[in-house]
Design a binder for this molecule. Structure first.
Ligand code: PEP
Ligand code: MN
Length: 447
């Protein structure tokens, strides 16, 4: 394929309906910003995306488990060393629990370093009789409820790129620079152990790991893998101008990669078969995820496979189901059955967050920890019954002790939600709830 024809194909989405795109006041400014992004250095390399595809191929074969998570919406002010370290620490702790207690290799993918744009169910937000455009993520407009802040500003796309670079740099440094060494498994827990049941349970497990490591060392084994972890970035490929501007032709293979993240996914609201998002994703070579909600039909899923993975490459396509605890046991079986009979294998992972959101009497958007656990349990039951592989979980969490989801070891109740409700979009599991979930998932995996 010549570079000119590849470029033409990369722009084919422009002729199709693109849902959830912000309207910008000044097209000239958008052109200037995307021209600048098109010259910017890549955030990830094509070879790294291929490596993640290989890891996801292991998941397809039933030999590994995905842990994908992070904020619903990252924010520019939240791109600090402390916040990134806390999220990463929580992700590493969850991964250790799953690897040790579940005895399975864990593919660690942050919903981090690029998750700055949000699809919205309503284009406007009404508060106290005032109507303003909805917040669409820091890449588009501001969270503050004022007309100035809610104005779409294309220059925010540049800031999203820079915050992604800073966040990814921290993640790379933390995961390769000694911090993620398994011998640090205790240190990640230090500030947490006394204050929480999940922390104490984790501490026990960290001691067991220490003993196992000491035993292995005494036997003369000290593998490289214990000294750092592979970490990958991902976000929803929502803003097509941004993703297109960050797409590069890989010099090794001549193929296009979206270098804004290792993996990108298409959301439940933008997965129309004849829409711009599916068209764009079909042209890039990164591993792709697609969210599937309870109304998806098996035919739609098969058509998505046809469009996004026509060559049946294992690891290329991951279906992220988000059915809701009440529906997963009914909606998932026929979907998996038809897909496994008729198409190349995909990785199946469970997002137990987005089908379980409700509004508390206080007006806070929240989720019940028990519903989250129940959806994951349903996911495991369905896969076990069909003999397919429950390939992982996709969650919204933070490393801080927020009060956004109810339940969990600390028993957050609806009246507590106001105490530390800090999310810019959907409610996240806090650190204790995330660790509790990891222990439960490890048990489900082992059964
Ligand atoms: C999300 O992941 O934050 C989201 C909006 O999910 P979905 O597309 O599944 O609704
Ligand atoms: Mn969300």
């Amino acid at each position: 394929m010549s570079i000119t024809s590849a470029t033409g194909e990369l722009d084919a989405w422009r002729a199709l309906p693109a849902a959830q795109q912000p309207e910008w006041d000044d097209p000239e400014e958008v052109r200037a910003v995307t021209a600048e992004l098109a010259q910017a250095p890549p955030l990830v390399f094509a070879g790294e995306c291929d490596q993640l595809k290989d890891r996801l191929a292991d998941v397809v074969r039933g030999e590994a488990f995905v842990l994908q998570g992070g904020d619903c919406a990252e924010t520019f002010t939240g791109s600090t060393a402390d916040a990134v370290r806390n999220k990463l620490k929580t992700l590493l702790q969850m991964a250790v629990v799953l690897t040790y207690a579940g005895s399975v290799p864990v593919v660690k993918i942050g919903r981090m370093a690029g998750q700055f744009a949000k699809p919205r169910s309503k284009p406007v937000e009404v508060r106290g009789g005032v109507t303003l455009p909805a917040y669409r993520g820091d890449a588009v407009n501001g969270f503050d409820f004022t007309p100035e802040s809610r104005r779409n500003d294309p220059r925010r796309l540049l800031q999203a790129y820079h915050c992604s670079a800073v966040t990814l740099n921290l993640c790379r440094a933390f995961t390769k620079g000694g911090y993620a060494d398994l011998r640090q498994a205790h240190a990640w827990n230090q500030d947490f152990v006394a204050s929480s049941p999940a922390g104490r349970r984790y501490e026990q497990l960290a001691w067991e790991i220490d003993r196992a490591l000491a035993f292995m060392k005494a036997c003369g084994a000290d593998p490289e893998e214990f000294h750092g972890v592979e970490f990958y970035s991902s976000h929803e490929a929502l803003l097509l101008e941004y993703e297109r501007a960050l797409t590069r032709i890989d010099s090794r293979s001549g193929l296009p990669y979206d270098v804004s993240a290792h993996m990108v996914w298409i959301g439940e609201r933008t997965r129309a078969l004849d829409g711009a998002h599916v068209e764009f994703a079909s042209r890039i070579r990164n591993p792709i995820g697609v969210k599937l909600g309870p109304t998806v039909s098996a035919d739609e899923a098969l058509a998505l496979i046809d469009r996004l993975n026509p060559d049946g490459e294992p690891g290329r396509l991951t279906f992220i189901t988000r059915m809701g605890a009440g529906r997963i046991r009914d909606a998932l079986p026929s979907l998996i059955e038809k897909v496994s009979q008729n198409a190349a294998p995909v990785a199946w992972i469970c997002d137990p967050m987005h089908g379980n959101t409700f509004e508390a009497p206080s007006g806070h958007k929240t989720r019940r920890f028990d519903d989250v656990v129940d959806e994951v349990a349903g996911f495991f039951e369905v896969h076990r019954a069909l003999g397919t592989h429950p390939g992982g979980i996709h969650i919204e969490f933070t490393g801080d002790d927020v009060t956004e989801c109810v339940g969990g070891g600390h028993e957050i109740v609806e009246d507590d939600l106001h105490q530390r409700y800090e999310t810019a979009c959907d409610p996240r599991l806090n650190r204790g709830q995330s660790l509790d979930l990891a222990f439960m998932v490890a048990e489900m995996y082992r059964k």
